[in-house]
Structures are given as C-alpha cells and as structure tokens.
Design a protein around this ligand. Structure first.
Ligand code: BG6
Length: 475
C-alpha cells in the first residue's frame, strides 16, 4: 500500500505548562526536537515553556537528553539549532490570575511577530491538583479562544489521571467544559499513540481471516499485561495519589481492552472509532463490592513505604483485576488486566487464547499475542506434528517482528504522535470524556474497597515475577 505523506500541520504555538517537569524533559522535548528536526512541524512553530522557576531555555535544553529517540541517540546540529530557536521560556505563577492575561499578551505578540494566525496548543504537564486553576485562569483570560483574526484553533492537551474517581472525574469534566468544549480537548493516553497499539486495530480491520473468530465461540480468555522493571523513580507524591489501579488499569489497560474487544467501526474516522470504544467500555461489568476479593489482587513492593516516607501507606504498586463483558460477543469470557512496578521484566502485551479442539482451553489451543513493547511484534502459536514416528504435537510460533519487517528507523515515538495529531486536530488517538467516565465506573468499587484498608495487600520483593492468588511471586 502506498504510504500517505504526513501533511504538515498549521503553524502553532505550543505552550507547555510544567516544562521543567519529568514528562516534559523525558518525553515532550525529545519528541519536539525530533519533529522539528525532521520538518514534521511547521518551521514557524514556537514552543513556550511555562515555569515558575527562573530557568533560561539554554539552561533547560542543556539538562535534557534531546536525542534519545534518534538512531544511536546521535544529535543533529541543525535539529538542535531549530529547537533552540523555537523554545522561549515564560515565567509565571500558575495561581495568579493576572498572569494569564500577561501570557495572552505574549502569545498575541508572538503571532504578530510571525505575521500569521497560529493554532495554540496548551499542554498541561502538571500535577492533577493544578488542573482546575489553570483551566479557569486560561478561560477567564481568553486563552481558550482563537487568534486575533479568529481563524486558528485553541486546543488543550491534558495528561491522565483525569480525576481521582468517578465523582471527581465528572466534576473535572464539568469544570473544564465551561471553558473548553470537547472538540478543543485532547485527553492523552499515550498508549493509544504507540505504533503497536494502533496496529491492533489495523490488524483487526484488514486481516479478515480473524474477524469471524473474534468472539466467545472461539476465544476463551483475553489477558492484558503491563509489567515494568522500574519502580516509582522518585515520583512519591504523584504515585501515592494514584497507585497502579489508577495509573495503568483505569487508563492504559482499559483503553487497550477497548481497542482489542470493541466491534469493528464502520470506518477509521475518529467519531466511528470512539463510538465503538465507548460501547465496549460501557458493556464491561463493573467489579461489584462482593467480587473485589475474588476478582482482584494488589501488592506493594518491599521498600516502597520507606521510599515514599509513609510507613502505613496501602497504595498498591501491583494490581490485577478480572472482568466480564456483558455483550453477545464476549459473554462469560474472562478478561484479565494486570500491571506492576519493580518486577523482573518490562513487558506489555495482549494475549488472545483460542479454544482448543476438545473445547475450552487454555490447553493446546492457538494463542495470538500482540507484543506492545519491547520486542514489538505479533506472534501466533500453532500446533505442529513433532517430527518422528508418533503423532505427538508441539506448539510452534509464527512471529512478526517490527525490527525485521520494517526499516531500521523505527517508528514514531508515542509523544511525537500525540503532538502531531493534536497539531492537526485529529482526535482519534485521544480519549473522550465519556470513555473516561465509563472507565472510572469499571473500577469504582475496587477503589472504594482498597481505600478503606490494606486488607489483602501483599508485599513482594523488588524484581519479583507476576503475582497470582495464593502464590504472590509466581507467574
Ligand atoms: C505512565 C505512568 O502513564 O506510563 C508511568 O504514569 C509509567 O507510571 C509510564 O511508567 C509507562 O510508559 P511507557 O510508555 O514507558 O510504557
């Protein structure tokens, strides 16, 4: 198939709140460097980095590893020059209302200087508790509006978690919508922007041999796993507030499940994709209060309490839940989602277990695995006759590996994709307010039960394997 060339998005001012934070330094600035270097953003793009601290653009860029996404991590001097000239720092207090008016004046001045009406992308890379004051400050000072001639878009990009639970998410959505209607909002779940996750939908849409078997007649279980080797890496305040259930399951893993299990949309338009994802999320049966014990596992790695300086904390660093989807396609099929930090391996994958000949499986049936990361690819396990005089069978694997199938330049980093899609106004790989609410509903009773006490919270050593009931460290 012929490759469609990326249409360069309209010129934009990209305003990053929290430019000195972890996400901006590790992900956003390297992604912006890459996009500017490769000419994937308009050359008039201006990045405005908002910070309370008095840091210059040069001081900031010196600290950042800009070229982590490049081949051999080698920097291109021209790319460095481009990002240096695009980045301007703006110091302001986020809680002082009058400073938003000043920010607006600055952005208008940039536009006058560039001589063109520019889209405005506001990226909130800030702790969730700052979200509402910033949105209000922006709205009250006209930062949610187009340029002076009214021909450009103002878009708000927000990082998860969207709220803390169902009630707070609803409230946040209400408050945000006072200033930014849904079409101006880009709720980021960077897992959706991963190339391997986008490919799940492509796989389902364009390989019709799987379409007729994508249901409970042929599939016996869906397992979605996101294990990390890293611990919380010093993000104590953030992690104490969220825990593994909010950090991964409510967001990344339920979104992955939606892509894997939804009915195929009529087209790949944003509206059609979101409509099917929402239908699927709304069909998931929330874990009820009396199912919490039998359908969930939670754990905490040893040393976590000292790290966050809270000897009694019950925040989970490992979470596994089992769900059921109440629709015709998936009735009675167990769906297991699990995630954890400080484990023995980094691995994210989706495993689809097919029924074997004798009925149920998961004995020797076929197994399809989407490897999201690392060693990105897809494998299908088949049964083969073992060479020899008996009829013995052995599972063998057919493997598609991105590294060998496509060129060595790798694929766009998820954050580069997020920025390009927001710049061109494509909502497909973002989550909608309705999806966010539906996902909170699924985990609501688990959150409530887990926040009451530490009942069932199992400690595990750093570097452990997955936790299973009754055998916390065995996979
Ligand atoms: C973030 C979580 O959303 O995703 C982090 O807040 C996690 O806790 C990160 O480490 C993992 O992202 P990736 O792309 O490295 O798998």
């Amino acid at each position: 198939m012929a490759e469609t060339q990326l249409e360069i998005p309209q010129p934009a001012i990209i305003v990053i709140f929290g430019i000195t934070g972890d996400l901006a330094q590790r992900k956003l600035l390297p992604a912006l460097y890459h996009l500017l270097k490769d000419g994937l953003l308009d050359e008039r793009t201006v990045i405005v980095g908002i910070s309370r601290r008095d840091v210059s653009a040069d001081q900031l860029l010196e600290k950042v590893e800009l070229c982590v996404n490049e081949i051999d991590k080698v920097c291109d001097p021209e790319g460095i020059r481009k990002i240096r000239s695009a980045l301007r720092m703006h110091h302001m207090s986020l809680v002082n209302d009058t400073e938003y008016a000043e920010l607006k004046r600055q952005l208008d001045a940039i536009e006058t200087e560039q001589g063109v009406c520019m889209n405005r992308l506001y990226y909130l890379s800030i702790p969730p508790q700052m979200f509402t004051p910033i949105v209000r400050g922006m709205g009250q000072n006209g930062l949610n509006q187009s340029c002076q001639h009214g021909t450009a878009a103002a878009r708000l990009l927000v990082e998860k978690p969207f709220g803390y639970d169902l009630a707070s998410a609803r409230e946040l959505i209400r408050e945000t919508s006072e200033w930014f209607p849904e079409e101006q909002l880009f709720r980021i779940d960077h897992y959706l922007a991963k190339e391997t996750v986008q490919n799940i939908l492509a796989f389902r849409m364009y390989n019709p041999i799987f379409t007729s078997v994508w249901n409970n007649q042929h599939i016996t279980a869906i397992d979605i796993t996101a294990f990390e080797k890293i611990d919380i890496e010093g993000r104590a305040t953030f992690y104490e507030e969220v825990g593994a259930l909010r950090d991964f399951i409510q967001s990344h893993l339920l979104q992955l499940l939606a892509v894997v299990a939804m009915d195929l949309p009529d087209s790949l338009s944003s509206a059609d994709v979101h409509a099917q994802k929402l239908r699927l999320l709304e069909a998931i049966e929330p874990v009820s209060p009396d199912q919490v014990r039998s359908r969930t596992i939670r754990g905490q790695y040893e040393g976590y309490r000292t790290e966050v300086n809270n000897p009694t904390t019950t925040t989970e660093t490992y979470a596994a839940i089992e769900l059921r989807i109440d629709n015709e396609r998936w009735q009675n099929i167990p769906v297991r989602l699990r995630t954890g930090k400080a484990l023995s391996e980094k691995r994210t994958d989706v495993a689809i277990q097919f029924r074997d000949n004798d009925g149920d499986g998961p004995g020797m049936g076929n197994r399809l695995v989407f490897r999201i990361q690392p060693s990105e690819g897809i494998s299908l396990t088949l049964l083969a006759k073992k060479p020899g005089y008996s009829g013995a069978l052995e599972p063998v694997t057919m493997d598609f590996d991105y590294q060998y199938a496509f060129d060595a330049h790798g694929h766009p980093d998820a954050y580069a994709r997020v920025l390009v899609d927001a710049a061109r106004g494509d909502h497909t790989l973002f989550t909608t307010s309705d999806e966010v609410v539906a996902a909170w509903r699924v985990v609501e009773h688990i959150q409530q039960a887990w926040s009451r006490d530490g009942d069932g919270l199992t400690p595990y050593p750093k570097g452990a394997n997955a936790m299973e009931p009754g055998n916390p460290t065995a996979d």
